[in-house]
Structures are given as structure tokens and as C-alpha cells.
Ligand binder design. Structure first.
Ligand SMILES: Nc1ncnc2c1ncn2[C@@H]1O[C@H](COP(=O)(O)OP(=O)(O)OP(=O)(O)O)[C@@H](O)[C@H]1O
Length: 535
């Protein structure tokens, strides 16, 4: 453990907690703190300080860390050492600058200093061996109200958020030549610094709004929905679907319009998505994809038209119930993760469903296994890589066991291996029976993965259908997309322009067939067209 570390976010190797159960640890420290407060014998306090120091070293806490925390005592200790001996009546011992220190005063100052040292050692032990989120949870066992703990967690999240925003802004500004050199700042530097602080709070505010939406989407702000209620609702919806005799539809969007002020983000959009479909939602920047996602999740309500999820119209009063059947994974995982450990974060949604702790833990384990993050369950999410955070965000949604899952640009910032793994995970989720909607700009991924494509442009649905849409040049042009890479070589080969390989395997088979067909020298299939010939 580094000498700088004062609190710990996750369990660290090499640190022995001495008392394994965090709540027992907390109770023991509290009991010892009370004992230290009531003791007035300097001898006993000195011995206990020695014992606590030995205990800390035995636990594996570095001496730098202990000394670092002792420095925090300096202002209080100095106050006790300077004032108390001279202000306590009793037998005089020595004079200093005209003030007389008394025997009782020296004894009292020594005792107070020893008490401070003991308390500091105990708190160092507690904070060093107990991850912060575990500590906060164990405060429940000493009667701290749950709401207060939630508030503390959120405040901590806000603190980390500000820190992250400050670090990324400072990096971005320094990379563009900004410098805060030394103490000799000029007016321009102060002005820039002021702007920086203002923008920092604005960004943190915007991010906290997004976190609020993500919490709300996982039932965090609307109180518990008992599982019974959810089951009852499911059976009611399924009954409606059975009685209607239609193919079950996961999503029905009818003439939906949504505006921000005078900007029409969605304009008369209509489509149906049957249960179990893999949908790619595509379109250029500003097409209205994110707005549509907010409507599908019931976070926003359409101003005209209607949205139905699993046969039930999304309204203000049932939005939060339907939302629990629809999981959304936002583009930036930092908007979605707010708890102090991976497992706490994944457990957030199931706890809001009112499940018992055993079932919550079972769901958390399953969700973490399915995204390959079981090993990291105790880690702090804020210390993970971007790809790992995205997996945690997906696990958090999977643990809610939704029937429809919507992912906003899930491939962004992932390395090629991460993309392959995410695609495999999406396939897995689909096999589990989920309907999946992925908002993406990645045509190659959409062509390979999706069953159905929705093309949006300037708030209008310009096409809805199978992935064949992704091979229609005119549509691609209108939607600012390009032909899937696997199909491009075929456009350059005579007689093969209509080939639409979705996977590398299909492309290889098509090439093989073309090679088999190829016999004569002139216009045989598979020969390069004029366009493709080298000059
Ligand atoms: N909060 C907002 N206030 C005002 N206008 C907004 C707001 N959010 C989105 N818009 C506007 O609504 C339109 C649709 O935006 P939306 O974010 O839904 O598009 P998108 O397809 O998700 O874009 P991108 O691919 O860039 O994420 C855009 O013109 C955008 O400027």
C-alpha cells in the first residue's frame, strides 16, 4: 500500500484484516475507541498505543501510511501540547515566556495526546483494511439509517465524479498547450482557471443528471416494486398477447413525435419489433437515436403518438414499472456506474426490485459471470478500464433480468478483442431470449449481427427491415452510412455485385463459389471489373 493512501476503495493484497467480518471489525474499533475515551491512565494509554501500532504493522500497513495519518494530528496535538499545560490549575513545574505550566496540565496534555494517537491508530486500521463501500455498508449494523448511507454513497460518487472530470479536463487543456506555471499567475491565467472551475461544475452537473437517469432506469428513485407485482404484470401482458392472437411484439411505436423546444428530434416515427429480435438502430449524428431510446425506456414520453412495450402503452403512471423490463446500457459507462464496488453496483437494480439478499447475490453472480467480470466483483468500478466498466454496466442491467435490452453505441472505445467479446455476449444474451436493440454507427457489426435494421435521419424513419437494407446504395447514402466492408470486394468483381456476405465465413464461401464458376477469360464471374483493375 502506498504511503499516500488514506482510504482504500477495494481489498488489497498483502493487507491482513485481523478481524474478517467488517461489521465485527467496526464494532471492535468502536468499542476500543470508547475505552480510549474513558481511560485516563497515561501508562495504559501508552501501552495500548504501542499495541495498536504493532497491530497495524502486523496487518501489513506501511509505516509511511501510519506516519502520514499521524501528521493529520499535528494541529490538534500542537494545540493540546501548547495550551493545556499552562491553563490547568495545579502544582507549578516550569515557566515559559512568563507562563507557568502545572503538573496536572502536563499530565492532562499527555493523556489527551495519547488518546488522539490511540484513536488515530484505530481509525487508520479501520480505513486501511476496510474498503470504503464495505465500511459504509457496515455502518448500517451500528444503526446509521439507510437513507443517510445512500446519501453518503452519492456524495462520494459526486466527489469521484468531480475528480474524474477535473483530471480529464486538465489533461485535455494541457495537451493543447495550457500551463499553470508556478505562483506568478497573470490575469489571463486566473480568468482561465475561473472558467475551468465553472465548466468543471457544469460538466459534473450534467454528468450527475445522466447518473440520475441511469439510477432511475434501475429503479433507484421510485421505491421498491415487489417481485409479485412484476410477475402479475407480466402474466397480464402475456394474457393480452395470447388473447389478441398476434405475434408478440416487444416494441410498437406509432407516429411518435418528440421535440426539444423547436427542434424536432423525432417526427412521426412508426415501427414494430417482435419479441426476440436483434435490432440495429442506425443513422447519422443527431438523427434521433438517443431520443428514441429515452422513449423506449419510458424515461421520456412522446408528445404525439404512442409507444407500447410488450403490449402495454407507456404512460406516466406505468413508465417506471415497464422500465424494469427494459434495460438500457448508456454510451458512457461512467454515467451508469455509481456504487463503490462492482458487486454493489450490479446489486443496485435487483435490490430495488425488492428481492431477498440471497436472490440478489445469485443474480449478481450470474450477471458477472455472463460478462466475464466475476473475478473483479470486489474491485472499485472507478479503477477499471473503459471496456471493463462497460461490462459492469451491462451486468448491472442483466441482473435486472430485463426482457428488452437497449445498448447505445456499445462498441465505442472498445479494442478489437473487446468488440468481439461484446458481440459474443450479445449473442449469448439473445440466446437467453432477450430482445436487443443496439444504437450503432458500425455498419459491419450491424450487418453481421442484426436481424432487423431501423434507419433514422433527421428524426424520421427512412427505412425499417432486414439487414438487406444495408446493401442498398441509395439508402446508405441518405443515412450517411457506407457499404459493409465484407461486401465491398464483391462490387469490384464481375457478376458478383449482388453478393451480401454478412460474416467472414459467408464471404469465403462466396469467393470459393466464384472461383469454382470461373472458366473463360472474358466476362466470367469473379473477374475484376474495370473499376477494380490496377492502372
Ligand atoms: N437536451 C436537448 N436539448 C435540445 N436539443 C436536443 C437535446 N438532445 C438532443 N437534441 C437534439 O435532438 C436531435 C436528436 O438528437 P439525438 O441525441 O437523439 O440524436 P442521436 O441520433 O442520438 O445523435 P448521435 O449519433 O450524435 O448520438 C439533435 O438535433 C439534437 O441536437
Amino acid at each position: 500500500m502506498s504511503g499516500k493512501t488514506i482510504i482504500t476503495l477495494h481489498e488489497r493484497e498483502g493487507i491482513k484484516p485481523l478481524i474478517n467480518k467488517p461489521s465485527y471489525r467496526l464494532w471492535t474499533v468502536l468499542a476500543l475507541l470508547c475505552t480510549v475515551v474513558v481511560l485516563w491512565q497515561p501508562g495504559i494509554l501508552a501501552v495500548s498505543a504501542g499495541l495498536f501500532l504493532f497491530m497495524l504493522l502486523w496487518c501489513g500497513i506501511s509505516i509511511q501510511n501510519i506516519l502520514g495519518r499521524m501528521l493529520l494530528l499535528l494541529p490538534f496535538g500542537a494545540g493540546a501540547a501548547i495550551f493545556i499545560p499552562f491553563h490547568t490549575p495545579g502544582i507549578p513545574v516550569f515557566d515559559f515566556l512568563g507562563f507557568t505550566a502545572t503538573e496536572e496540565g502536563v499530565l492532562r496534555a499527555t493523556v489527551i495526546l495519547l488518546k488522539l494517537v490511540n484513536a488515530n491508530l484505530l481509525l487508520t486500521y479501520l480505513l486501511s483494511v476496510t474498503p470504503l463501500f464495505v465500511l459504509l455498508r457496515s455502518l448500517r449494523t451500528v444503526g446509521v439509517p439507510a437513507i443517510l448511507l445512500e446519501l453518503m454513497m452519492l456524495m462520494l460518487r459526486y466527489f469521484f465524479l468531480l475528480k474524474d472530470e477535473a483530471v480529464s479536463m486538465s489533461k485535455a487543456q494541457r495537451s493543447r498547450g495550457m500551463r499553470f506555471a508556478g505562483w506568478s499567475w497573470n490575469v489571463r491565467t486566473y480568468r482561465r482557471f475561473g472558467e475551468l472551475i465553472g465548466v468543471l461544475f457544469l460538466r459534473a452537473y450534467q454528468r450527475s443528471q445522466r447518473i440520475y437517469i441511469a439510477m432511475s432506469a434501475r429503479g433507484g428513485l421510485e421505491g421498491e416494486m415487489p417481485v409479485m407485482q412484476k410477475n402479475q404484470m407480466e402474466s397480464r401482458v402475456n394474457k393480452v398477447l395470447r388473447e389478441s392472437g398476434d405475434a408478440p411484439l416487444a416494441i410498437e411505436v406509432r407516429e411518435v413525435t418528440y421535440t426539444y423546444g423547436n427542434i424536432k428530434a423525432l417526427n412521426g416515427v412508426s415501427f414494430d419489433i417482435p419479441v426476440g429480435t436483434k435490432v440495429a438502430l442506425m443513422g447519422p449524428n443527431g438523427a434521433g437515436k438517443s431520443t428514441l431510446i429515452s422513449l423506449l425506456n419510458g424515461l421520456e414520453l412522446s408528445q404525439k403518438g404512442e409507444v407500447r412495450l410488450f403490449g402495454e402503452e407507456v404512460k406516466r403512471d406505468n413508465g417506471h414499472q415497464l422500465r424494469r423490463r427494459v434495460g438500457v446500457v448508456y454510451q458512457d459507462p461512467d454515467d451508469q456506474i455509481f456504487s463503490m464496488s462492482v458487486e454493489e453496483d450490479v446489486a443496485f437494480g435487483p435490490r430495488n426490485l425488492g428481492l431477498n439478499e440471497e436472490e440478489v447475490l445469485e443474480r449478481v453472480e450470474q450477471a458477472l459471470i455472463s460478462v466475464g467480470m466475476k473475478e473483479m466483483s470486489k474491485r472499485s468500478p472507478f479503477e477499471l478500464s473503459y471496456g471493463q466498466k462497460r461490462r459492469v454496466a451491462i451486468a448491472g442491467v442483466l441482473a435486472m433480468r430485463p426482457e428488452l435490452i437497449i445498448l447505445d453505441e456499445p462498441m465505442s472505445f472498445l479494442d478489437p478483442k473487446g468488440r468481439d467479446e461484446l458481440q459474443a455476449l450479445l449473442e449469448n444474451m439473445h440466446r437467453m431470449g432477450l430482445t436487443i436493440v443496439v444504437a450503432t454507427h458500425d455498419v459491419d457489426f450491424a450487418a453481421e449481427w442484426a436481424d432487423h435494421v431501423l434507419l433514422l435521419k433527421e428524426g424520421k424513419l427512412i427505412a425499417s427491415g432486414t439487414v438487406d437494407l444495408l446493401y442498398e446504395d441509395e439508402l446508405l447514402e441518405r443515412a450517411s452510412l457506407h457499404l459493409p466492408r465484407l461486401a465491398r470486394p464483391f462490387r469490384l468483381l464481375q457478376g458478383a455485385g449482388d453478393q451480401r456476405p454478412r460474416t467472414v465465413k459467408q464471404a469465403a464461401q462466396m469467393i470459393w463459389k466464384l472461383m469454382m464458376k470461373s472458366t473463360g477469360p472474358a466476362a466470367e464471374p469473379g473477374k475484376l471489373t474495370e473499376k477494380a483493375k490496377p492502372l
